[in-house]
Design a protein around this ligand. Structure first.
Ligand code: ATP
Length: 548
């Protein structure tokens, strides 16, 4: 749950964006042990706490249950980890094996694995467990771990109704337990988890709007103190259906309306333009499937320009002249680690990734996030864009939408996420790359733009001449269609594969022809078999009737 967090970076304190993120106090004024403050400064380069740390650390130190709702990249990890390390350092007696989890001071676990150990590992002693932290709480619940979480709370004796005696026998009432819940997004499921796991929590980071709603809907006693913390009883959490998504204020969010068949050429043009305008920068592009990442990675790493050299003097070069990396769940652990480290330390690179990078991963200085394939749930959108504009830095995000998908913007708006349009024609009008300006003025349709047509033709002939690339493109095409049909609930209405032209999708993988969809052919086979069986059945019936 805390995987992928990096060490900090030296940050200059004092300019405008910093004042949004950093507090004006010191770590030691929050009550942390001087040695720990020194370590934060010397080892991690943390000079002062962030706002969320300044608010959360004293409350976590006090032992109260806490719900933290703060934007991505605001330092939530240290907000809970520093006070816990402070307490662990202050333990005055040497920890014995028999103390159980204090042998393992901090255990990082996924819900399924933890529950398995709680049920089956007799040597896993947890009666002295003091803190339970749900980082990325919304994600845990979205992944369908709600039942496991409830069981875990029961086993650990930290579920609210369990505290009055229903808990597991391992529960030791003399150990005061503290539960902490952190999330960049707040929704019904998180509210439910808060209700069952937090006792009279201190809520940090809920903005005025949601607190007003809470107050309006529920007559509850509320207490506000000098540091802006508010105490709200858990019944309030249960009552709200508002979803509160926290996004960094300095993040610029735009979308681009791109016709399906032009998606690939537009993406390549944007990337080329970005890296030629500013050679040193980091960009992440999100795709919906591992196959799509593999295909685009190979293409971007190998495709050259001009496609054919007209003269000996004309040297072909890589179309994209930036370091390109890929990251997805089907890669070997070692390869993923290498990519992670490389992208973290490089000053300039392009990372192509699935949602494996969308949460929790902390890459410094990412300038731009491009969501080439739409994210699905609005929470996923928030976490993807949260990989940029971290810790008060500037960041841009661009969401690709096909004209038939524009209703997705309304879905985002429902969660208070507003995007402005970035006009594709305007972009194409300003790109200085292609020596086609005189022709461009005559064209108004994106599909007929001479640069896009030229690039599309070049890509298609490259793919058709390279069997390995063609196979990657076909696999990516099939996986893309499968992923598109997997959208759930409301989103199914927006992302309907029926509304799309499969030939145009093929074009977006630089395929001249639409590959046959395995599923489709299987479905056809099934239909045919049923038809045949029905016909056979009918003719048997007929025979029986004739005989009788
Ligand atoms: N006080 C601080 N001073 C300087 N850097 C800090 C400080 N606190 C945290 N950081 C750094 O800020 C970055 C973001 O922190 P962190 O990953 O904890 O944010 P987060 O709110 O948990 O983000 P997400 O919700 O995306 O997981 C990390 O690189 C971290 O090392």
């Amino acid at each position: 749950m805390m995987a992928g967090k990096s060490g900090g970076r030296k940050v200059k304190v004092g300019d405008n964006s910093d004042s949004e993120v950093f507090a004006s106090c010191s770590f030691s004024s929050l009550g942390l042990h001087p040695t720990l403050c020194e370590q934060l400064k010397e080892r991690l380069g943390f000079e002062v706490p962030t706002q969320v740390q300044a608010k959360a650390i004293p409350v976590v130190l006090s032992g109260r249950h806490v719900l933290v709702n703060a934007a991505t990249g605001t330092g939530k990890t240290v907000a809970y980890l520093a006070p816990i390390i402070h307490h662990l350092q202050n333990l005055d007696r040497r920890i014995q094996r028999s103390d159980g989890t204090f042998g393992v001071s901090i255990l990082v676990a996924t819900p399924g694995r933890l529950l398995d150990h709680l049920k089956n590992t007799s040597s896993f002693l947890h009666s002295k467990l003091q803190w339970v932290i749900f980082d990325e709480a919304d994600r845990i619940l979205e992944l369908g771990y709600g039942k496991e979480i409830e069981d875990i709370l029961d086993y650990l004796g930290t579920r609210q109704h369990a505290l009055v005696g229903k808990g597991n026998s391992a529960f030791s009432p003399e150990v005061k337990k503290q539960n902490l819940l952190l999330s960049a997004t707040l929704n019904e499921k998180v509210n439910h988890l808060a209700k069952i796991s937090l006792e009279n929590p201190v809520m940090i980071g809920l903005d005025d709007k949601i607190l007003q709603t809470l107050n309006h809907n529920h007559a509850v006693s509320q207490e506000s103190d000098m540091s802006g913390r508010l105490e709200v009883s858990t019944c309030v959490l249960h009552g709200t259906s508002d979803e509160e998504y926290k996004l960094p204020v300095q993040l610029s969010q735009r979308y681009m309306k791109v016709p399906c068949g032009s998606r690939l050429v537009v993406l390549l043009s944007i990337l080329k333009n970005l890296f030629e305008k500013e050679a040193s920068q980091k960009v992440v592009v999100f795709f919906s499937t591992c196959d799509a990442v593999d295909f685009h990675f190979s293409l971007f790493s190998e495709f050259q320009w001009p496609p054919v050299s007209q003269s000996e003097a004309e040297v072909r070069q890589m179309f994209l002249r930036c370091k390109t990396l890929r990251l997805h769940g089907n890669m070997k652990h070692e390869d993923r680690k290498t990519t992670f480290q490389t992208f973290k330390t490089e000053k300039s690179a392009l990372l192509l990734s699935t949602d494996v990078s969308a949460r929790g991963l902390d890459f410094p200085k990412v300038r731009c996030i491009i969501q080439y394939d739409s994210p699905g749930e609005a929470t996923e959108y928030v976490h993807r864009v949260g990989r940029t504009a971290r810790l008060g830095e500037k960041g841009d995000s661009l969401l690709f939408l096909q004209p038939v998908e524009l209703d997705y913007l309304k879905d985002l708006e429902k969660h208070g996420v507003m995007l402005t349009e970035y006009s594709l024609l305007k972009l194409l009008g300003t790109v200085p790359l292609y020596n086609l300006k005189h022709q461009v003025k005559k064209f108004v349709s994106v599909d007929m733009h001479p640069w896009l047509l030229t690039l599309q033709r070049a890509l298609e002939s490259y793919i058709s001449s390279e069997p390995r690339m063609k196979k990657l493109a076909q696999d990516a095409f099939c996986a893309w269609v499968r992923a598109y049909t997997a959208h759930r609930g409301e989103l199914k209405r927006i992302f309907m594969v029926k509304k799309l032209h499969l030939g145009h999708i093929a074009k977006s993988f630089a395929l001249k022809d639409q590959p046959s969809l395995v599923n489709k052919s299987i479905q056809k086979q099934i239909k045919k078999r049923k038809r045949d069986e029905k016909q056979r059945g009918n003719s048997r019936k007929k025979r029986v009737i004739t005989k009788s």
